[in-house]
Design a protein around this ligand. Structure first.
Ligand SMILES: C[S@@+](CC[C@H](N)C(=O)[O-])C[C@H]1O[C@@H](n2cnc3c(N)ncnc32)[C@H](O)[C@@H]1O
Length: 269
């Protein structure tokens, strides 16, 4: 597998990654929300670049079970997965990610509530969905690493979007969220962090800032370009504000696939 690399392809079964080689996973899949692109609106919550995010629910859940089991295969025993997902409502009934997560090989360690403080999901006949779940899972085999200093954080994390609102990706993580997950794992420098749904690269940027290595998958060439644009900034300048401006400019350019994900390092293990 290649380190500090984003594969431009569907994550599938993570075929490129050997068994028991990854230290932690921080990820958030598309939520199957069937957002539609709105003509004339470029940077909003209306749609991803490369697909419609609208599978039949059972097909979606089967796919999520497959990828979570693949994450367990590539993780070292006891390795943590931080799986970010939200509740959605179908025909008036709530569907939460626990429904399929509890059918996977990784074990649920705890459920963290991410209080986002705002939402696009508003419905006048039910409570607004202003939170998401961060499901902390572990590969069976030994207890997960845990930084005891983090225990006092509790299970409700209030992390707003003041920073990532400037990101052109429709659903980026706030960097603070990834940072807290990696802090909790108490991993040494050089650890390898996987995000099978890399998006615009928040997991990669936080990992590099913590002297760790990353590996990811992403189906949108544009989002991989944004990841590399962000990583190429000096570490002290990797702010979302600057990057939002750069991304908007780069978005207007078209480039071939050649060299995608190969600019920082060609390291392989
Ligand atoms: C919720 S977003 C992740 C955002 C990311 N956490 C960030 O901070 O930018 C999910 C991403 O998964 C990508 N995606 C969808 N299906 C995929 C697949 N099968 N394999 C890899 N990436 C996929 C989408 O293009 C989208 O960028």
């Amino acid at each position: 597998m290649r380190l500090n690399h984003v594969y431009h392809k569907p994550c599938g079964e993570l075929e490129e990654i050997p068994d028991s080689s990854i230290d932690a996973v921080v990820t958030s899949p598309p939520y199957n929300l069937a957002y539609k692109k709105q003509p004339g609106k470029k940077h909003n919550m209306s749609g991803y670049d490369s697909f419609s995010d609208s599978l039949p629910q059972d097909e979606y859940e089967a796919g999520q079970i497959r990828i979570l089991n693949a994450c367990a295969r590539v993780l070292k025993p006891g390795g943590s997965i931080y799986y970010v997902h939200k509740e959605r409502t179908v025909n008036g009934v709530a569907i939460t990610p626990h429904r399929w997560v509890l059918k996977t090989e990784p074990e649920l360690v705890e459920t963290i509530i991410w209080d986002r403080g705002s939402t696009h999901q508003v419905d006048p006949v039910r409570l607004y969905v202003t939170h998401e779940y961060i499901l902390h899972l572990r590969k069976p085999g030994c207890p997960p690493r845990f930084n005891r200093k983090c225990a006092k954080w509790g299970k409700v994390w209030r992390i707003g979007f003041s920073e990532s609102r400037r990101n052109a990706h429709p659903a980026p993580f706030p960097r603070e969220l990834v940072s807290k997950c990696l802090e909790m794992c108490d991993l040494p420098k050089g650890s390898i962090i996987l995000d099978p749904y890399m998006g615009a690269g928040t997991t990669a940027v936080v990992a590099v800032n913590r002297d760790m290595k990353f590996i990811g998958y992403e189906i949108s060439k544009k989002y991989i370009e944004w990841t590399w644009n962000w990583l190429e900034l000096p570490l002290t300048e990797q702010s979302m504000r600057r990057e939002g401006e750069r991304r908007a400019q780069r978005d207007l350019q078209t480039e071939g696939d050649e060299g995608l994900g190969e600019r920082v390092t060609g390291e392989t293990i």
